[in-house]
Write a protein that binds this ligand. Structure first.
Ligand code: G1P
Length: 290
């Protein structure tokens, strides 16, 4: 995929029911990792990779996401009048400079493939990134940038991969490997959430994708798949069987923030590096295990 990636799609319409009651009135993407909402990490990762158009596929009860990336006049005026400059700077820097936000709605929960299809009217005929904010990837280079770098000579889709334990296959799209290129692979097929005995490899898709615009035509013609939903993995499988799909082994530590344990671990790891609380948290944790 040689063309520059200008746009990223963030599917954020999910109910987040695994985090009830926290998500009863708050979008799960707004849950903080220390002091920053999960979705903001995803936006920053995309912006760091040069992406300037952020497309949210939202649903009911997701207004807090729109408010978060908008200016907050009363808050800013209050902080300015009290001369709280550091806090004012934090409040004002939520939306990266030069970035445009677009909101489209997914009115029914018909799956990830359907959510991506909802973003079609907001995109020109161009390749685009998809970021699933639940998958928080902590590393020196952002995961979207890793995909872009690895894709240099590749016109087709590029996906992030991670080795998983066999018993976890029911939680992931799993690739069938045609060829290994260093740490990366060319996938010849993909299966959404197979049983361990049916998994074609131990490489699971994590929530980062670069997709060609033609994926829309493929999604439009898909039958429903796993869980009775329109699956992005099934659309990618069509392209994998035809031309292959580049799978990039992502560097960094991934936290599955769609699970309570992954979310708790992310809070600890990011907390340990936080300038304000890192040292005290480290001492506290040492005391717990000491
Ligand atoms: C989605 C995708 C799956 C992928 C996973 C990564 O599943 O459908 O292929 O492996 O994200 O997090 P979900 O976690 O939304 O059920």
């Amino acid at each position: 995929m040689n063309k520059k990636i200008n746009a990223a799609v963030f599917p954020v319409a999910g109910l987040g029911s695994r985090f009830l009651p926290a998500t009863k009135a708050t979008p799960k993407e707004m849950l903080p990792i220390v002091d920053k909402p999960l979705i903001q990490y995803g936006i920053e990762e995309a912006a760091d990779a040069g992406i300037t158009k952020m497309i949210f596929v939202t649903g009911r009860n997701k207004r807090a996401i729109e408010d978060h990336f908008d200016s907050a006049y009363e808050l800013e005026a209050e902080l300015a009048s009290k001369d709280k400059r550091d806090l004012l700077r934090i409040a004002r820097s939520v939306a990266p400079k030069g970035v445009e936000f677009v909101y489209v709605r997914q009115s029914s929960a018909l799956g990830l493939g359907h959510a991506i299809l909802c973003a079609k009217p907001a995109l020109a005929d161009e390749p685009f990134a998809v970021v699933l904010a639940d998958d928080l990837i902590k590393g020196d280079t952002g995961a979207v940038q890793q995909l872009i770098t690895a894709s240099s000579n590749n016109e087709g889709p590029v996906i992030g991969l991670e080795a998983i334990e066999p018993h976890q296959s029911r939680a992931y799209g799993i690739v069938e490997i045609r060829e290994r290129i260093g740490e990366n692979v060319i996938a010849s097929n993909m299966v959404e959430k197979p049983n361990p005995e049916d998994a074609p490899s131990n490489l699971g898709v994590v929530g980062r994708y670069l997709l060609p615009y033609e994926i829309f035509e493929v999604i439009e013609n898909l039958p429903t798949g796993s869980g009775g939903e329109i699956q992005l993995t099934d659309a990618l499988a069509v392209l994998a069987r035809r031309d292959g799909v580049l799978g990039v082994s992502l560097q960094g530590q991934r936290f599955d923030c769609g699970s309570k344990l992954g979310y708790a671990k992310a809070n600890i790891e990011y907390g340990l590096e936080h300038s304000e609380i890192g040292n005290n948290l480290r001492a506290y944790l040492a005391g717990l295990v000491g």
